[in-house]
Design a protein around this ligand. Structure first.
Ligand code: RUQ
Ligand code: CUA
Length: 668
C-alpha cells in the first residue's frame, strides 16, 4: 500500500478516534524487548552448505524488482529485475532486453511492482512461472522460474494504476489486472469534475498459460470506482473472480475524506465463464486500444516489442449474470478466498470487523434475486444475504488475509501492528502476535491457494524505526518470520528487505530447484551476433555504425584490440560468453561507457551500445572476478578523429582476418 494511502487511512482512522491507539502500540515496543521464541535460532538456522526449505518471492515495491529469499533463513538469494533497469547485470541497458520496457508512452525504465503470483495447476502453485504487476503504468510480467529471469511483459490498455493484479485463476488460464484509478475510457481531455459522468474502471482478463503469448483476452467495463485487489475463486467458486473496490462515492478530490463516506463499498464478483459465453455469443465489442506486448525469444534471448491495437470489451449490461456487487464494509483493501473456495474475506481497512462472504449464500442470493439495487447493469446483492460472518474486534486496520489449510485465517492489522489468527466458520479470534511495525501484507507459502504449506508466516512491515542499526533517515523495510505450526504464533526472525515488499509468494524449494537451467548451449544460441569461437570475432562497419563481435572465456577476450573506430561512430559490442559451465560469468565494461556494464551468462550473447566522445585509446575489461587471471582479462579499442585513415582492424586469427578482408563492410 503506497505511503499516501497509509496516511489517508491514518487520517480517516483519526476521525474514528483510533490513531492514538496505533501510536501507543508503537511507542510501547523497543528493541530491548525480544519476543522471539526460545528455540527461534535453531528453527531458522540453515547450516552452511545446506538449502532452505522454501523459495520466497517478495515484490520490490518502488524498486520495480522481485527479491528471492530462502526461508526460514531469510537469506537473500537473488534480485530479479522486472520493471526497472538493473545496472548489476545490464538488464534494461543492453540491446537484448531494452525492448521489454517499451510501452505506448515510450520506454519506461522504472515502475512500482506490487504483487507476485505463482502459476498454479489445479489451484496449487506449480513453480513454472511467477507473475508480477507494474502498478504505475499498468503492465504484467512473466518470470521464467527455470532461469529466474523476466521473459515477457504485457501492457494493459484502458487502465490507470494496475494494482489489482496479477492474481491467477486456479489453472493459470488467466491472470487479471483491474484499474486502481478510474479514468475516461478511452482516455480523453474532459473536466476532472466530470468524474461521475465520464470516468470508468476496467477489469482485464489476460490469457497467461502460453509463454511468450500473453494477451488481453477481454476487458469488462465497470463503474468508475477504485479497484484495489483481487483473488480467484477455487473449488466450488472456480470460475469466479473477486475484486475489491473503494471510492463508491466517486470522489475526484480529497479522497481520504470524500471516499470514506459510505459505510460499505463493494466487492465485485465476476463470473468469467459467463463472460466467455457472452463473448462467444457476440455480445462484446472490439474496442480500439493501443498497448504493447514484449517478450524474450527463448533461442536468441532477444526481446521483441509488438504493438497491439484493440481489445474485446464487455459491458455488464450486455451480459446479465457476469458481475454482482457484494456490499462490504468499509473501503476494503485485500480480498482473499479460503482454501475450500467457500469464504471470501475482505480487509475492510476502515471497518471494525473482518467481513466474510459465503459463496454458497452468494449463489442462493443470486437465484432468489436478493438485490438492493442495480448499478450500470450490475445487481447489488443484499449484505445479509451473502455475509457468512464477521470477525468481531479483530484489531485495527485489517488489510490482507492468508490461510494455513488447517481451518485458520491470519489477517494483517496495519494500524494495531499485529497478525490476528481466527477460525473460519466460528469467526473467533484465537491468537494474536505483535509485528514491528505497521504490517502491510503477510504471506504463508501457498497461503492463497488450495494447498497452503502452513508452517511459516511472513509479515512484511512498512515501518522499521529501531529494529536495526540506524542507517540515516531511511531504513530498509523489514520482514518477520513467524512460526505458525502450533496453536500459538511464535516470532522467529527479522530480516531487512529490498524496496517495499507488498505481496509475496513462497513455494517448497523442491518444486523449483531441480528445474534450473545451468548454462545455455552455445550450439543453440540464435543471437545473430553470436561468436562461437576465438577466430570468429571481428569488427565491421555499416555507415556510422560499427559492430564488434567478440568472445569471453577464462581469461581473455578475443579479439582484444580494435582499430578504425572514429569519433561520431556508434559502436555496438556483441560479447558472447563461450563458457559451457554452470555459474561461470564474465562481465564487460569500456572506459567512458555511459549506460551500464554487461554481465554475461555462460553461452549467452549480450550487446552494448557505446558512442565514444573523443579520440584516444579506451581500455575494456571483465567486471566479474572469474579466475586467477581475471585482472588480465582486458583489451583496448582505439578511437580516431572523424575522417582518419586508420583502417578497421581486429587482432583476430589469420583465418578470420582473411574472412574480414572479403567482407565489403569490414574495410573502407
Ligand atoms: S497492497 S500492503 Cu499493493 Cu496491500 Cu501493498
Ligand atoms: Cu572474466 Cu573476469
Amino acid at each position: 500500500m503506497p505511503t499516501s494511502r497509509i496516511r489517508s487511512t491514518l487520517v480517516a482512522l483519526a476521525g474514528l478516534g483510533v490513531a492514538g491507539i496505533a501510536y501507543a502500540c508503537a511507542a510501547r515496543r523497543g528493541p530491548s524487548q525480544s519476543l522471539a521464541a526460545g528455540d527461534a535460532a535453531q528453527k531458522v538456522y540453515v547450516a552452511p552448505g545446506s538449502y532452505d526449505e522454501f523459495y520466497a518471492f517478495l515484490s520490490g515495491g518502488y524498486s520495480g524488482q522481485v527479491a528471492v529469499y530462502g526461508l526460514p533463513s531469510g537469506r537473500l538469494l537473488k534480485l530479479i529485475p522486472v520493471f526497472s533497469q538493473f545496472p548489476e547485470d545490464g538488464y534494461g541497458y543492453n540491446e537484448e532486453t531494452k525492448p521489454l520496457f517499451q510501452t505506448t508512452y515510450g520506454s519506461i525504465p522504472w515502475d512500482d511492482s506490487h504483487h507476485p503470483e505463482l502459476s498454479m495447476t489445479d489451484g496449487v502453485p506449480d513453480g513454472r512461472w511467477l507473475f508480477i504487476n507494474a502498478n504505475n503504468t499498468p503492465r504484467v510480467a512473466r518470470i521464467d522460474l527455470t532461469r529466474f529471469e523476466t521473459s515477457e511483459i504485457l501492457q494493459i490498455p484502458n487502465s490507470a494504476g494496475g494494482h489489482a493484479s496479477p492474481f491467477a485463476t486456479p489453472d493459470t488460464k488467466y491472470i487479471v489486472s483491474a484499474t486502481r484509478f478510474s479514468v475516461p475510457i478511452p482516455n480523453t481531455d474532459v473536466p476532472i469534475d466530470s468524474y461521475k459522468q465520464n470516468f470508468k474502471g476496467t477489469l482485464s482478463f489476460i490469457r497467461a498459460d502460453q509463454p511468450g503469448k500473453m494477451d488481453i483476452a477481454f476487458q469488462i467495463l465497470m463503474p468508475g470506482y477504485d479497484y484495489d485487489l483481487g483473488h480467484a475463486g477455487k473449488g466450488p467458486s472456480d470460475g469466479w473472480f473477486f475484486f475489491t473496490s473503494y471510492n463508491s462515492e466517486q470522489a475526484n478530490t480529497k479522497l481520504e475524506e470524500n471516499a470514506s463516506q459510505n459505510d460499505k463499498d463493494y466487492i465485485a464478483a465476476v463470473n468469467y465463464r459467463r463472460a466467455e459465453e457472452c463473448i462467444a455469443q457476440g455480445k462484446a465489442r472490439s474496442f480500439p486500444s493501443a498497448y504493447t506486448h514484449n517478450w524474450v525469444d527463448s533461442a536468441s534471448h532477444i526481446a521483441t516489442s509488438e504493438k497491439k491495437t484493440s481489445v474485446t470489451m464487455l459491458s455488464p449490461a450486455d451480459c446479465p449474470g457476469v458481475a454482482y456487487y457484494l456490499p462490504t464494509p468499509k473501503s476494503p483493501h485485500g480480498v482473499d478466498v479460503d482454501p475450500t473456495g467457500e469464504y471470501i474475506v475482505a480487509g475492510g481497512k476502515l471497518a471494525t470487523v473482518i467481513p466474510v462472504h459465503s459463496f454458497t449464500k452468494l449463489q442462493k442470493a443470486i437465484a432468489a434475486k436478493a438485490f438492493d439495487k442495480e448499478i450500470e447493469g450490475i445487481p447489488v446483492l443484499k449484505y445479509d444475504a451473502v455475509m457468512a460472518g464477521e470477525v468481531q474486534k479483530p484489531g485495527l486496520g485489517p488489510l490482507h488475509t492468508e490461510f494455513d489449510g488447517k481451518g485458520y485465517a491470519y489477517t494483517s492489522m496495519f494500524i494495531s501492528s499485529e497478525v490476528v489468527k481466527w477460525k473460519l466458520g466460528t469467526w473467533e479470534v484465537v491468537d494474536r502476535i505483535p509485528t514491528y511495525y505497521s504490517i502491510g501484507h503477510l504471506m504463508i507459502p501457498g497461503g492463497d491457494s488450495k494447498k497452503p504449506w502452513g508452517k511459516y508466516l511472513l509479515a512484511m512491515n512498512k515501518i522499521t524505526k529501531d529494529r536495526y542499526l540506524p542507517t540515516g533517515p531511511e531504513m530498509a523495510q523489514s520482514a518477520q518470520l513467524i512460526d505458525i505450526s502450533g496453536d500459538k504464533m511464535k516470532l522467529l526472525l527479522d530480516f531487512p528487505t529490498i524496496g517495499e515488499p507488498h505481496y509475496a509468494q513462497a513455494i517448497p524449494a523442491s518444486l523449483i530447484k531441480d528445474k534450473q537451467i545451468k548454462f545455455d548451449k552455445l550450439a543453440e544460441n540464435k543471437n545473430p551476433w553470436v561468436t562461437r569461437s576465438e577466430s570468429d570475432g571481428g569488427i565491421t562497419r555499416s555507415g556510422k555504425r560499427v559492430d564488434i563481435k567478440m568472445i569471453a572465456i577464462r581469461s581473455h577476450f578475443a579479439p582484444d584490440n580494435f582499430d578504425g573506430v572514429e569519433v561520431g561512430d556508434t559502436v555496438v559490442f556483441h560479447v558472447t560468453n563461450i563458457e559451457q559451465d554452470w555459474d561461470i560469468l564474465h562481465g564487460f565494461a569500456v572506459l567512458g561507457m555511459n549506460n551500464s556494464e554487461l554481465i554475461l551468462e555462460p553461452g549467452q550473447t549480450r550487446s552494448l551500445r557505446w558512442v565514444p566522445t573523443g579520440p584516444g585509446v579506451y581500455p575494456f575489461y571483465c567486471t566479474d572476478f572469474c579466475s586467477a587471471l581475471h585482472q588480465e582479462m582486458q583489451g583496448y579499442i582505439r578511437v580516431s578523429p572523424a575522417g582518419s585513415s586508420v583502417k578497421l582492424m581486429a587482432n583476430v586469427s589469420k583465418k578470420a582476418q582473411a574472412q574480414l578482408a572479403n567482407d565489403p563492410g569490414a574495410r573502407r
